[in-house]
Design a protein around this ligand. Structure first.
Ligand SMILES: Nc1ncnc2c1ncn2[C@@H]1O[C@H](COP(=O)(O)OP(=O)(O)OP(=O)(O)O)[C@@H](O)[C@H]1O
Length: 363
């Protein structure tokens, strides 16, 4: 998927912004605080229904205004698919897809897969398992339509079980729910295991490009003891779960453990190397989605390319080019990004005090 155009209204410092991006690399260049990241954030909002900088939607609404509105036309035959999202300070969300009101942000997320590469992105490796679970789950969400209902059912059942635990209910009252939880948890875990098996070689190949000095190993942990069935784990762990008021083991504890030279990567690699590995993981997810379901991800790259050395920047540009993805890159200085402009469908936008101007076609 790619954007044919994008309009922003009262989003951060952008009162009225419009851009018609190219199908390839789009460079957003401007001084600090001009609004470059806000444009990436707006595209991210359309794809995920939330910002990557704050979980408070009020923060992205322009100060003094009551709501932000985003419109985009997505590339789809015959003449594009219009989508719109607006959110008020009160939290009311309005979503339109193809001119019709839509209820679920997930419906837009399905048709607008996005990969974000940004300076704090190395959290994917240094942060908690939740982030790596989310990596797997988003990959599945985009590539397997049957995954989302299973994921939703598991979350509801787990919430229900934890509520019963907090109320101190006896095991017999949980048994029925545990059966359902085991059923959806088993399906969820199978989805993740299959996805992890499939994506790992793609990540490994991509990582070999960016970090050829390491061999990475990936170990998917499903969230409970390998020797035991989930039902047994829930039954045997009941007393402890009751004491804690939550379920200790299960698919909600799943994780991918990544190692190199026998050590967890977060303990071995430098900050820059962690960023490169995350970059490889995002590219791998985009490539896998393209191979599996002929869908293109939009890549949002915030202030990142400027942190790479020339060789790695060139490599990133080549891989993005091979993917044929639409890319939005923010940078302060165009001089650092010469290597990123590789396709004749690249465009350059200048951003200044919330104003967006297309300055020239990049050859
Ligand atoms: N809700 C808001 N209303 C109005 N302005 C805001 C709001 N939130 C942030 N801003 C302002 O928007 C401006 C743009 O921020 P943004 O992060 O997009 O800049 P940037 O061009 O990416 O900068 P940098 O290169 O420093 O990362 C900042 O000056 C910020 O103070």
């Amino acid at each position: 998927m790619s954007l044919l155009n994008l309009q922003l209204k009262d989003f951060r410092n952008i009162r009225h912004g419009r851009l018609v991006p190219g199908a390839g690399i789009n460079l957003l260049v401007g001084p600090n605080g001009s609004g470059k990241t806000s444009i990436l954030e707006a595209i991210h909002y359309l794809g995920f229904g939330r910002s990557f900088r704050t979980h408070l939607s009020g923060r992205v609404i322009q100060q003094g205004e009551q709501a932000f509105t985003l419109f985009a036309r997505l590339r789809q035959e015959p003449d594009g698919l219009p989508v719109g999202l607006s959110k008020t300070r009160g939290g009311d969300t309005r979503l339109k897809i193809g001119g019709r009101a839509a209820e679920r942000l997930a419906d837009l997320a399905h048709i607008l897969p996005i990969q974000l590469i940004h300076p704090e992105g190395y959290n994917l490796l240094t942060g908690g398992p939740k982030l790596r679970r989310a990596y797997l789950d988003w990959g599945l969400f985009y590539s397997q339509p049957a995954f989302f209902p299973v994921w939703g059912a598991f979350r509801r059942l787990l919430k229900q079980r934890n509520a019963l635990l907090r109320q101190g209910r006896p095991y017999r009252e949980l048994e029925y729910w545990d059966r359902l939880l085991v059923q959806s948890g088993g399906q969820l875990s199978l989805f993740r295991q299959q996805y992890a098996d499939a994506i790992e070689p793609v990540i490994a190949a991509m990582a070999a490009d960016f970090l050829p000095e390491y061999d990475f190993s990936f170990d998917f942990f499903r969230g409970w003891d390998r020797q035991q069935e989930l039902f047994q784990v829930l039954e045997q762990g009941f007393e402890r779960d009751l004491g804690l008021g939550y379920t200790q083991a299960g698919p909600h504890k799943a994780e991918i453990r990544i190692k190199a030279r026998g050590m967890p990567v977060q303990d071995l690699l430098s900050r820059g190397q962690l960023k490169l590995l995350v970059c490889a993981m995002r590219l791998a997810q985009g490539l896998y989605l393209k191979q599996q379901s002929a869908q293109d991800c939009i890549f949002l790259i915030d202030d990142f390319a400027s942190e790479l050395d020339e060789e790695k920047r060139g490599l990133l540009a080549t891989r993005l080019d091979q993917l044929g993805a639409q890319v939005f890159i923010s940078a302060i200085d165009i001089a650092q990004l010469g290597h990123m402009i590789t396709r004749d469908n690249s465009k350059l936008f200048h951003v200044k005090q919330g104003e967006i101007t297309e300055t020239q076609e990049c050859e």
